[in-house]
Design a protein around this ligand. Structure first.
Ligand code: GDP
Ligand code: MG
Length: 296
């Protein structure tokens, strides 16, 4: 008997705001989700969910919000955005047929030029009659003749299973990119640091969050409790003061909020220690950026 090859790939969900990306993502991932990070807007590294099967691994990803690059860090973040177009193995293009403003030709051109396979998802068909659905299927068939056009209702989880099947069919043969059975240290640390970063984004204004990098320096697992020590690096002494706040109040709030979410994520109790250190102008220091895991 021939052995079935393992498939794995990055599946990038694209589409206009409100098309139903998040709803479809939830429907696709459902209980199959093994890892999910916090809000897409706050992720620098784009991964939003990983779904594992016996012989496949789907890494769903999203892009950070578009910002004007001012520092090398932001340039690197924009590289991630562009990276969405470079390193995707498959695009899920979600369209809302009831949206009168179509996806612009420039975006369609950009997608075509990548030569990455596309699955077109016609979402919200619960709002359309069959004739209209057919019209839209035909229209998208002309735009992407090589692609499957799948009508769904993400909200009512109608016809979602065929999307999953089509994704698996289109995934390239690859070894898994992430451990399949359990979360090992590295991704675990990554997700914990992403949660802390999200709380910093939510609690401070303007450039402060973009001046911070979170490093998990110690991680001790035990049955009842995980002990985590995280260092938040800032670029300047003045930022350290702002981050800590009067009598440590601001940092305390970040710590409490982060701990709550980490505990929910890990489904266990956590002891979280946060430290703030200054690492001068790390955002423009290529070596340091590389240490933090950014590709330049
Ligand atoms: P995103 O901005 O692309 O992530 O879109 P969301 O997933 O946040 O969905 C935007 C809105 O469309 C929400 O109010 C959803 O409830 C709604 N929506 C998503 N999918 C469907 C669907 O299949 N049918 C209907 N009627 N509404 C939907
Ligand atoms: Mg969304």
């Amino acid at each position: 008997m021939e052995e079935r090859k393992h498939k794995a790939g990055y599946v990038n969900i694209i589409g206009k705001p409100n098309a139903g990306k998040s709803t479809l993502m939830n429907a696709l991932v459902g209980e199959k989700l093994s890892i999910i990070t916090s809000k897409a807007q706050t992720t620098r590294h784009r991964i939003i969910g990983i779904v594992n099967g016996e012989d496949f691994q789907i890494v769903y990803s999203d892009t950070p919000g578009i910002i004007k690059p001012a520092y090398k860090l932001q340039q690197s973040m924009m590289n991630f955005v562009e990276g969405a177009f470079i390193d995707a193995d498959l695009f899920l293009l979600i369209v809302d047929p009831s949206d009168e403003y179509e996806i612009d030709d420039k975006t369609i051109d950009k997608i075509r030029k990548t030569n990455v396979p596309v699955i077109v998802i016609l979402n919200k068909i619960d709002l359309l009659n069959n004739d209209l659905v057919l019209q839209h299927v035909n229209k998208w068939n002309e735009i992407f003749p090589e692609s499957s056009i799948i009508p769904v209702s993400a909200l009512y989880k109608f016809n979602v299973e065929p999307v999953l099947k089509e994704i698996i069919a289109k995934l390239p043969e690859n070894h898994p990119f992430f451990p399949k059975d359990e979360l090992t240290d590295k991704p675990l640390r990554f997700f914990v640091s992403e949660i802390i970063r999200e709380k910093i984004l939510m609690n401070y204004k303007q450039e402060i969050p973009y001046s911070c990098e979170v490093c998990i320096e110690e991680y001790h697992e035990s049955k009842e409790l995980d002990k985590i020590k995280a260092v938040i690096y800032v670029a300047r002494e003045s930022q350290k003061g702002i981050l800590i706040g009067k009598g440590g109040s601001a940092m305390k709030r970040v710590g409490i909020e982060a701990r709550k979410d980490i505990e929910e994520f890990l489904q266990k109790k956590v002891f979280l220690e946060l430290y703030v250190k200054v690492m001068k102008e790390w955002r423009d220091d290529e070596l340091k950026l590389k240490q933090f895991g950014y590709d330049l």
